[in-house]
Ligand binder design. Structure first.
Ligand code: HEM
Length: 454
């Protein structure tokens, strides 16, 4: 049995303090692990917490996926051996990793953990991210209550489950149009370009009142801004183009309001002085870039996984009431937004038996939590009938994805349309072993999705 090592006997971590930013993090942290331990005394089994050295103490986070779409192997090891563990960011900054569902949920509802990225202890995953955030108009995704509550509240009425249902017929029509275009086009097709990416973009453009004729301009600049291979100058230029575009769009809608979310927020909030023109432009931009790639990823990976499980696909085709649970299972199984749940502690907080100190960074690993054996029996099995399925692919608590209901409707309609027989015998156009996946340390996704049909 693992025995508790007392704090006095911890091994000091490597002297990486030079790279550590911020006053709180300037003290060198020992690479710790907090885990539940059972002690049997006098016939009674007691559960206690022990601390010892983190098995990933010397590893850089993010960890690599071992193969294709499998989550990093470290996650299962940590859930077993060290649910709250320390690892290091690219610059040597120590961070806490949460791998169990309950610990993630605890932190994600706790206002003592902040999402404000300008805080010195906020964990960033790539060089330059801190500088990029400085000076940018903040949006609710990077704010804490009460600002978060205020700004999210301006947009929330258009992202409810009821609103999602109101949008369903329009979304179904877009699915039908894209499928018709695929049938008219050549085979094989890249599903990513022909369907998976255009669908969420068309939906959010219509909701916000952005002309779809600007799709190429916007997607090229969004790709330039987010691609790891762009130079800093190109990425900054793309960001400027996008900011200018959104500001012009808001100006046009101030002059000439239409029936769309930007115009409604102008009417209800901007004219009352509750949100400025620049703040509204920044939020419109957030909603355009936040989740479309993730929706696309879920469509591609969902199609791949359903094709790989023909019995489950057949059940889904027979019984469309399974669409909702199938979507949640695809999102659980693949968890394609897996590094978003980053926070910094504003005071000392106990999490899973360890003290996260004020100023320390923490990452709630929803991709690991979604495979937590305590809540998902046989977690590595894909099962569209899984129930209950308390997945946290869309986050949890205060910052739960605002577009969860909308995304679920989009995904349900996407799978309904793709497998209703119009693309008869839809299948991969290459052997599954030849599918190309995203870089192993990035969110899981497919680089392209070659499909064909009869
Ligand atoms: C399958 C699709 C999607 C997944 C898996 C996903 C996942 C997530 C996750 C994990 C968070 C939580 C971030 C955190 O707690 O720090 C989040 C927040 C957010 N998502 Fe999504 N998302 C998806 C689609 C979308 C779409 C389509 C949009 C835009 C229309 C969107 C907009 C947002 C915004 C604005 C937030 C911030 C919410 C807040 O801070 O209150 N997401 N999403």
């Amino acid at each position: 049995m693992a025995v508790c090592t007392s704090f006095a006997t911890r091994k000091p971590s490597l002297p990486r303090a030079a790279a550590i930013q911020g006053t709180m993090l300037a003290r060198v942290l020992s690479p710790l692990c907090a885990r539940p331990t059972s002690l049997t005394a006098g016939g009674i089994t007691l559960r206690a917490m022990s601390t010892s050295e983190s098995p990933v103490a010397d590893k850089e986070f993010p960890f690599a996926r071992p193969r294709t779409f499998e989550p990093p192997a470290e996650y299962a090891q940590l859930r077993r051996e060290c649910p709250v563990a320390q690892a290091n960011l690219f610059d040597g900054t120590p961070i806490w990793l949460l791998t169990k569902l309950k610990d993630c949920q605890q932190v994600l509802v706790d206002v003592r953990f902040s999402k404000v990225r300008t805080h010195p202890g906020f964990p960033e995953l790539v060089p330059g991210a801190k500088a990029a955030v400085e000076g940018r108009e903040p949006t609710f995704v990077d704010q804490d209550p009460p600002q978060h509550t205020k700004f999210r509240g301006f947009f929330a009425p258009y992202f409810t489950a009821e609103y999602g249902e109101k949008m369903r017929p329009g979304i179904r029509q877009k699915v039908d149009e894209l499928i018709d275009d695929m049938r008219k086009g050549s085979k094989p097709a890249n599903l990513q370009e022909a369907f998976s990416l255009p669908l969420p973009f068309k939906v959010i453009y219509e909701l916000l009142g952005i002309p779809f004729s600007d799709y190429d301009f916007l997607s090229n600049n969004i790709a330039m801004r987010t691609s790891g291979s762009s130079t800093a100058r190109d990425a900054a230029a793309a960001q400027d183009e996008l900011t200018n575009y959104m500001e012009r769009l808001v100006d046009q809608k101030i002059q000439n309001p239409k029936e769309d979310v930007i115009s409604w927020v102008i009417r209800d909030n901007l004219h009352k002085g509750e949100i400025s023109r620049d703040q509204l432009a920044a939020h419109a931009f957030l909603l355009v870039v936040a989740g479309n790639a993730t929706v696309a990823s879920m469509i591609n990976l969902g199609v791949m996984t359903l094709l790989d499980n023909p019995d489950q696909l057949a059940a889904l085709q027979r019984d469309q009431s399974l669409l909702n649970s199938a979507v949640h299972e695809i999102c659980r199984y693949h968890t394609a937004s897996s590094y978003a749940l980053r926070r910094v502690a504003l005071e000392d907080v106990q999490v899973g038996g360890t003290t996260v100190k004020s100023g320390e960074g923490i990452i709630a690993l929803n991709q690991s939590a979604n495979r937590d054996e305590e809540h998902f029996p046989d977690p590595d099995r894909f099962d569209i009938k899984r129930s209950p399925n308390p997945e946290i692919a869309f986050g949890y608590g205060t910052h739960l994805c605002i577009a969860l209901p909308l995304s679920v409707v989009e995904l349900e309609e996407a799978f309904r349309g793709l497998f209703d027989g119009r693309l008869n015998n839809l299948r991969l156009a290459v052997p599954a072993s030849q599918l190309q996946f995203s870089e192993p340390r990035q969110d899981v996704g497919l680089v392209e999705m070659p499909v064909t049909w009869d």
